[in-house]
Design a binder for this molecule. Structure first.
Ligand code: NAD
Length: 731
């Protein structure tokens, strides 16, 4: 028999059930766990000495992280999943109806099935630490809550607030959860158990009673009368009441929510739409109908392609969290207690922010002169101030974290930095000079990481006295928002250096992929032919807005032409030349690009690009740009599906080349890099997963088809033909 995951002990007149799965970092849910818990509840019901129950986690920083996801992916049919949901729902129904009061004492992550569990308890207490977060993130896996969450949450906090949480999958900190009524009380961690025991007895003695009667009508049941009154003084709260309180108002609310949702998802993500339907069914037709609809929808979603892709991404990012970026999984990163930052521009400022805000280490930042240092510090301060405005940080915390960044115009204070990141201008000579200065001023084993976006790390390392400590750390702009960090090793980079930088990136909240050196590394390399193809389509006569629409309809967050304006047409032209030089004619950009740059059309930064950027006016296609194209203003209708297919095939084909040439360590890294770095649609799983779901043979045929029409730039990557011939796959 396996070790029990729960402990049952009597503390005075309260039974404390502690959940602690042996050997696991966090508690997760599975049918075996539910069975064990139910047996304990039966015991608690029969235990005359126990008047109430406290349910608490034995893990240090987590309550319940959700359902065991490996288990979800073993579900083969919708019917199997429906049955599982019904089982879970029945378990929580029993908990909800349990004859003795049950208190959930929540410290750490309380997510998905964990929150559904807590929602079935009578009273919820959460700790006030930043580690405590509550939410129903199922939509992020293409699913909906399947054990009553879509029904209990709207009943507890009102439909509008519940929709906001369930449709986005976002999580709440304890204070916000209290405000919304998701939890009833927030306490400091050390007294959680004590307070929970006290509330348990108070409930058993009838001293603590909660007004949970107003949930169905839409106002948070546990909000105090004062809170409700306060809420009603603002117009929004009135609107909320009016909308949710009656079926007609509710219809308006749900129709509006669906419209907003479709604007965002374009119908590509079925889970939030299903959640919306299921919540409405429950509110219109009652709890049993709502629960049945929830189970059916969950079953349908779990076997859908979208959910499969999103779950695969979840597994890939989880695996990357454990990966140190080298062949030796045992290798430990060296401690990094201080970061040196050379260059405090857009990127340097952003890196200094994530290093202080997320990694929590001091950063010594050098720029050329006082003005440069001042700009960098102001940028970092601006990012902290925004958080204070959003109330995710207090002024005091902001001051404390801001004090971690100090500026200099020489290398004073660099002696103690284990890692120095360089983000000066994109110029090899300058980077060599900075490298030598850092090696002269720093520790003998200082790691020199370059944030270059296009210069080969091998070339940068040539100026080093110890090239084994030279590496690339390619961040994306804006650094505080973009989730990916691409780390680039050259042939001589030492493994401990890679492992240490990977750890730095993870601590800064990044998903890190490690790639081998080569021009454009991975992400810039697959982006270049994609953007080139868009430029060819324009030159052939495609309409700018149509082309952007084709790719946003495909699932990219912005279209390629908008992206060109954002990146800078000059920057794209420069990168494109470097790519052409390195990879030959398949990367040749159409001649129009140079003409655009010569005309001063650099994109948004110059307020002149493919689109107009007049302040106060809606962004529109700048029609005059067509005059610079071979076909002039006369546009030709090109099928949207063809435009999307051509651009995406370019990206997929180049990604496959990167894998074949050993730039990528795995298709997994390639998929994650494209999704998190370039916005490849997550529901398609990345270029490798996408090619596989289309069929490798079919993808190869499409490339050959376009190769006949457009020549060498569609020549299939050799690995494609090889895989098709041998019947092998990427995954
Ligand atoms: N901007 C992006 O989107 C992006 C994305 C990824 C990588 N990169 C790369 O990051 C690097 C920096 O880009 P950026 O956009 O932050 O540039 P930037 O022009 O905003 O900043 C460069 C900074 O370096 C400073 N600098 C120049 N010489 C210096 C020296 N000798 N010592 C100290 N500071 C010096 C400049 O004063 C300036 O503040 C480049 O290599 C670029 O290719 C940029």
């Amino acid at each position: 028999m396996s070790t029990p995951s729960f402990a049952y002990e009597l503390e005075g007149e309260v039974a404390v059930i502690t959940f602690d799965i042996e050997g696991e970092a966090v508690n997760t849910l599975s049918p075996a766990i539910s069975q064990e818990f139910e047996a304990l509840m039966t015991k608690a019901a029969a235990d005359d000495a126990a008047r109430a129950i406290v349910f608490i986690s034995g893990k240090k920083d987590s309550f319940i992280a959700g359902a065991k996801i490996d288990f979800l992916s073993t579900l083969k049919t919708a019917a199997e999943a429906v049955a599982l949901c019904r089982q879970g729902q029945a378990g929580f129904d029993r908990l909800d109806a349990f004859e003795k009061p049950v208190i959930a004492a929540i410290n750490g992550a309380c997510l998905g099935g964990g929150l559904e569990w807590a929602l079935a308890c009578d009273y919820r207490i959460a700790t006030d630490t930043p580690k405590t977060s509550l939410g129903l993130p199922e939509v992020q896996l293409g699913l909906i809550p399947g054990a009553g969450g879509t029904q209990r949450l709207p009943r507890l906090i009102g439909a509008q607030a519940a929709l906001d949480l369930i449709l986005t999958g976002k999580s709440l900190k304890a204070k916000k959860a209290l405000k919304l009524g998701v939890v009833d009380e927030v306490v400091p961690t050390p007294i959680l158990r004590q307070v929970a025991l006290r509330r348990a007895l108070e409930m058993a003695e009838g001293k603590l009673k909660l007004d949970r009667t107003r949930g169905l009508s839409g106002v948070a049941k546990s909000r105090s009368f004062k809170d409700v009154l306060r809420g009603l003084s603002d117009q929004k709260a009135w609107a909320e009441l009016a909308l949710e309180d009656n079926p007609v108002g509710r219809k308006v609310l749900f129709d509006q929510a669906k419209k907003e949702l479709l604007k965002k998802t374009k119908g590509r993500y079925p889970a939030p739409e299903k959640a919306l339907e299921v919540i409405k069914t429950g509110l219109d037709k009652g709890l049993p109908a709502g629960l049945e609809a929830e189970a059916q929808a969950f079953g349908e979603l779990v076997v859908s392609d979208v959910s499969k892709r999103l779950v695969e991404i979840f597994f890939a990012t989880t695996a990357l969290k454990k990966d140190n970026g080298t062949q030796n999984p045992e290798l430990k990163p060296r401690p990094v207690t201080r970061l040196g930052m050379v260059g405090g521009g857009l990127m340097g400022g952003g890196i200094a922010y994530v290093a202080t805000a997320l990694q929590g280490i001091p950063v010594r930042l050098k720029d050329r002169d006082d003005a440069g240092v001042g700009r960098a510090l102001a940028y970092v301060r601006g990012l902290y101030d925004e958080r204070v405005k959003r109330k995710s940080l207090t002024w005091r915390e902001r001051d404390r974290q801001l004090a971690l960044v100090t500026g200099t115009t020489d290398y004073s204070g660099f002696k103690r930095a284990e890692v120095v990141i360089e983000a000066v201008f994109e110029d090899l000579k300058l980077k060599h000079q900075v490298l030598k200065e850092v090696e002269a001023a720093g520790r003998p084993d200082v790691i020199f990481a370059s944030n270059t976006s296009s210069l080969p790390i091998t070339k940068i390392a040539e100026a080093s006295r110890h090239p084994e400590t030279v590496i690339g750390m390619h961040y994306f702009s804006p650094v505080h928002k973009m989730p990916l960090l691409e780390i680039i090793t050259h042939k001589g980079t030492a493994d401990w250096v890679t492992a240490t930088c990977v750890e730095v990136g993870k601590k800064q909240g990044k998903t890190v992929i490690v790639v081998n050196d080569g021009v454009g590394f991975y992400t810039s390399r697959i982006l270049a032919p994609y953007l080139n193809e868009a430029a060819f389509l324009l030159a052939e006569g495609a309409d700018i807005a149509e082309l952007d629409r084709a790719l946003t309809d495909f699932g990219f967050p912005v279209g390629p032409i908008t992206l060109l304006d954002e990146v800078g047409i000059d920057v794209a032209a420069k990168v494109s030349k470097i790519m052409h030089e390195a990879y030959g004619d398949r990367m040749l950009a159409p001649a129009t690009t140079d003409a655009l740059v010569a005309d001063g059309r650099l994109g948004r930064k110059a307020k002149k690009g493919f689109y107009t950027y007049e302040s106060g006016k809606k962004k529109e296609v700048d029609q005059s740009i067509y005059l610079m194209m071979p076909r002039g203003v006369e546009r030709k209708r090109v099928d949207r599906a063809e435009m999307a297919e051509r651009c995406v095939l370019q990206m997929v084909n180049e990604a496959v080349r990167c894998l074949g040439e050993g730039i990528l360590r795995s298709p997994r890294d390639g998929d994650i890099g494209a999704i998190f770095g370039l916005g490849f649609p997550p529901f398609l799983g990345g270029p490798f997963r996408h090619a596989e779901s289309q069929g490798l043979g079919r993808t190869l045929q499409r490339l050959e088809h376009y190769q006949e029409r457009h020549g060498v730039r569609f020549t299939p990557a050799p690995l494609f033909a090889e895989l098709v011939k041998t019947g092998k796959r990427f995954y």
